[in-house]
Write a protein that binds this ligand. Structure first.
Ligand code: FAD
Length: 423
């Protein structure tokens, strides 16, 4: 790994300098019980940051999986350019930094008793709870797309077995076949993710099955980095790739996995390989904890990430309503740190303090070329774009500039996974 876990002295020094933590007063309190549910980019980072900022705390990470498969870079696996093993991380190093990993699924949360019940019926008491459970699919919100449909039409929107299934279906497809992707309306995990995937599938087809076709049926008319993707697709893949937005009858309203058909309002599209990225919501534990609202996502105080629906429960990552901040690993990681700082401040009797957050998402448009989007957000009253900050890769960048962004993407992946899961 290129990057190491947080160095506590460095982190504390930076925080003291930033004014977000007020020196040793933060740690005066007796061992508070801090529980984190979800060991992904948000939760594993939150557990580490809490232990770094409140060293006396008893920090427990509840995550059923012994292994975690990272979604960033999983589109390279789909296209046969990377092994799934390179996406695999674990929690073996958590104990070394003083975090207890409980390999169990949280079944419910009692906000008034301040305890978490695990699937085996045992309970964990907490003073503060951080939830970073990621997403669940909204099964059947797209007619015909339930859990059983994923064997014929994988979503591959949680990395792991489905990533390989989609890759293998592409490999098994005959030359001249038709691949169809269905992209959902916002909000969903990783706004540019479907279009990075389309780019890399198009690359695979161009190399291996050049008479094949990729059709993207989209529930929307605008998408992240759209001018960059459209320009790169036209230059690199020509007519091999076709995108149809909602205004062009691109919104899929029903799927038929038996007949491998996607239906829009006015058309039926047969597919040899179908990748359905369905509508999503905060993962089920958010509902069980009472922190999700009628949108399926979790409203939070933007400064503290504390749920606006339940006290002492903080929610971060893909599960929250934080637009214009995207649902990304970069966002989840930063939200985890800011949330941990605010919990540390609260435990020390300090007032929460607003700050500025950022996000950068890289997308591969070919194995050796990437584009990026960056945003800067204030969180004083609500999450808001900082005007004039952030931006997109230039539309007319040289091959060398695109290649440099691909190298930066790899460095970013190594750094964030090293920080989240490394020793
Ligand atoms: P997750 O990382 O999904 O972690 C949630 C964890 O909670 C899981 O490990 C799960 O097992 C656990 N959990 C759920 N329920 C429970 C429960 N009841 N009890 C205990 N544990 C539970 N982001 C980027 O920044 N850059 C990229 O390039 C990028 N590329 C992507 C490409 C693809 C194809 C996809 C699908 C996503 C991509 N993302 C990218 C988005 C990124 O993967 C997510 O935004 C990120 O994983 C969100 O982190 P999280 O902690 O909210 O959720």
């Amino acid at each position: 790994m290129a990057a190491r876990g947080p160095n506590r002295r460095a982190v504390l020094g930076a925080l003291a300098a930033s004014g977000l933590l007020s020196g040793q007063a933060a740690f005066a309190q007796a061992a508070p019980k801090l529980v984190v549910i979800g060991g992904g980019f948000g939760g594993a980072t939150a557990a580490r940051a809490l232990k770094a900022y409140v060293p006396a705390a008893d920090v427990t990470l509840v995550e059923p999986g012994e292994r975690y498969y990272a979604c960033p870079f999983s589109n390279l696996v789909v296209a046969g350019l990377r092994a799934l093993s390179e996406q695999q991380f674990d929690y073996a190093d958590m104990a070394a930094v003083g975090i207890r990993h409980v390999a169990a699924r949280a079944a419910s949360v009692d906000a008034s008793a301040r305890d978490v019940t695990l699937e085996d019926g045992s309970t964990l008491k907490y003073d503060r709870l951080v939830l970073s459970p990621g997403i669940d699919m909204r099964w059947s919100a797209l007619e015909g797309y339930d859990e059983t449909a994923t064997s014929a039409m994988p979503h591959a929107w949680k990395a792991g077995a489905e990533t390989l299934r989609l890759r293998d279906q592409l490999r098994a497809m005959d030359e001249g076949g038709v691949v169809v992707m269905s992209a959902p309306a916002a909000p969903y995990r990783c706004p540019p993710g479907p279009y990075e995937r389309a780019s890399l599938i198009a690359h695979y087809l161009k190399m291996e099955k050049p008479r094949s076709k990729l059709i993207i049926l989209d529930a929307k008319d605008q998408f992240s980095k759209m001018p960059l993707f459209l320009s790169e697709w036209s230059a690199r893949y020509g007519t091999l790739i076709e995108w149809r937005g909602a205004a062009d009858d691109g919104r899929v309203v029903r799927v038929d996995p038996q007949n491998m058909t996607l239906h829009t309002d006015f058309d039926d599209q047969r597919a040899d390989v179908a990748n359905i990225i369905p509508p999503q919501k905060a993962a089920a534990i958010a509902d069980a904890a009472g922190v999700s609202d009628s949108t399926g996502w979790c409203p939070v105080n933007p400064v503290t990430f504390e749920s606006t629906l339940q006290p002492n429960i903080h929610v971060i990552g893909d599960a929250i309503i934080a637009a214009p901040m995207p649902k990304s690993a970069f966002s989840a990681n930063l939200q985890a740190k800011v949330c941990a700082i605010q919990i540390a401040r609260t435990l020390a009797g300090a007032e929460p303090a607003p700050t500025v957050l950022t996000n950068t998402c890289y997308s591969y448009v070919a194995p050796d070329a990437a584009v990026s989007i960056s945003g800067v957000y204030s969180n004083e009253m609500r999450f808001a774009d900082v005007p004039g900050a952030g931006g997109l890769s230039p539309l007319d960048a040289s091959a060398a500039e695109r290649a440099a962004e691909a190298t930066q993407a790899q460095a970013w992946f190594d750094a964030i996974t090293g920080e989240t899961f490394g020793a």
